[in-house]
Design a protein around this ligand. Structure first.
Ligand SMILES: [Zn+2]
Length: 395
């Protein structure tokens, strides 16, 4: 197989692209830092404008000052891909983790190096290489760069939902697993609050008039914590708890806890909600007690699909053609905009970014050489799709 020169040339771009990654990662763009996000947006706009013929647009989002960057290339092409990434990180302006350093020649530690400025760079480098391949004119794409992914994509989800149906397939450049595997499916996530209402009274009330909201909540939480034992595929984490006041001689009339609940299949959503209500029912049946559950699932699971399996096979084929180490694809508990796209009805393949680990911690790192490799992989698959060597399943 003869590799298009622009794809073969990618590893040679490593010094230049690594310098760009350092610039991006040393720029804070925490989800809650609008000024930092604005600077990062401008950096990305400059970089993605290098794509020939790109229409670059800033899209305002509801509920946030941050803007989504939309890059459109050949909107009239018959095959159109949706390529997604996010440029926010979990590290706010006040976080001590603000800059990059090299732990070794091929291990760069820094905020967002893997999740996912390294992925954005992989995407950019892949597209630059792809644009110089002979059949590029047959393939169109939309790049959507999201500023609120780490907080649940509440602003960006409607934009994804609007554009997804106009595309054939989605590619998500979240980091690969530390062993190089891609992402086959992701759990759906939900945030819930359990609020227990009781009745205040003196702790020594001779009639035992009080109804202890903390005790009722504790009962509910002990049961909820065991819920995954009987529902494989479901995860439930009690994230925090509060209740009562400063005085311990008062029966507390209020307590609350927040839960993170994850599901593997969409069909589990209703079952989990019903189980939570079942657990609350005996408490609600008691005189003077009330236990409310609010919240919901913000991201449904990203499930595997035949279309995704076909594109994954194309990715593996490209890996063999490039003589890269073999990789598989796996299920993961964390959500991404792959969930957002799947919810919008678009099948997608996720985890196409570089190899890295320790995301969301001050030890986050990326392997710079893998940015070049994953960019080569993506560019080669795009080239093969454009050349008609890889056929995308009909939506
Ligand atoms: Zn991410």
């Amino acid at each position: 197989m003869s590799l298009p020169p622009s794809i073969a040339h990618l590893p040679a771009r490593r010094p230049e692209l690594t310098a760009l990654l350092l610039r991006w990662c040393n720029q804070n763009s925490g989800s809650d830092h609008p000024a930092g996000l604005a600077v990062m947006l401008a950096l990305l706009e400059t970089a993605f404008r290098r794509l020939p013929g790109a229409a670059v647009e800033r899209v305002p989002l509801a509920g946030t000052a941050a803007q989504l960057l939309r890059i459109r290339v050949r909107p009239d092409a018959k095959i159109r891909l949706l390529l997604s990434g996010h440029y926010d990180t979990v590290y706010g302006a006040g976080d001590p983790f603000q800059t990059c350093d090299f732990l070794s020649d091929d291990k760069l530690r820094g905020p967002g190096t893997a999740d996912m400025k390294g992925g954005l760079l992989t995407l950019l480098a892949a597209l630059e290489a792809f644009e110089q391949t002979p059949h590029a004119s047959r393939l169109g794409y939309e790049v959507l760069l999201n500023p609120d992914e780490e907080t649940g994509s509440f602003g960006a989800a409607p934009v994804f939902a609007e554009i997804a149906p106009t595309c054939t397939f989605g590619l998500v450049f979240e980091p690969a697993r530390p062993n190089g595997d891609l992402v086959q499916s992701r759990k759906g996530t939900g945030n819930f609050t359990a609020v227990s209402h009781g009745r205040a009274a003196h702790a020594a009330s001779p009639t035992r008039a009080g109804r202890n909201a903390i005790a009722a909540l504790a009962e509910f939480l002990a049961d909820a914590h065991r819920l995954p034992d009987t529902m494989p595929g479901v995860l439930l984490n009690i994230g925090n708890i509060s209740g009562g006041g400063p005085a311990t001689n008062v029966v507390p009339d209020q307590a609350r806890a927040q839960l993170d609940i994850r599901i593997t299949r969409l069909s589990e959503r209703a079952a989990v909600l019903a189980r939570l209500q079942d657990l609350a029912a005996p408490i609600n049946a008691r005189d003077g007690h009330r236990l409310e559950i609010t919240g919901g699932f913000n991201r449904p699971p990203m499930e595997s699909s035949p279309a995704a399996a076909a594109v994954f096979a194309a990715w593996q084929d490209a890996g063999r053609a490039l003589a890269l180490p073999p990789f598989n694809w796996v299920h993961t508990g964390g959500a991404s905009d792959g969930n957002t796209l799947f919810a919008a009805g678009l099948p997608c393949l996720d985890g196409l970014g570089p190899i890295g680990d320790r995301l969301h911690s001050p030890e986050e790192w990326v392997q710079p050489s893998s940015i070049m490799e994953r960019a080569q992989l993506a560019a080669l698959v795009l080239h093969r799709i454009a050349a008609g060597e890889v056929t995308l399943p009909a939506p």
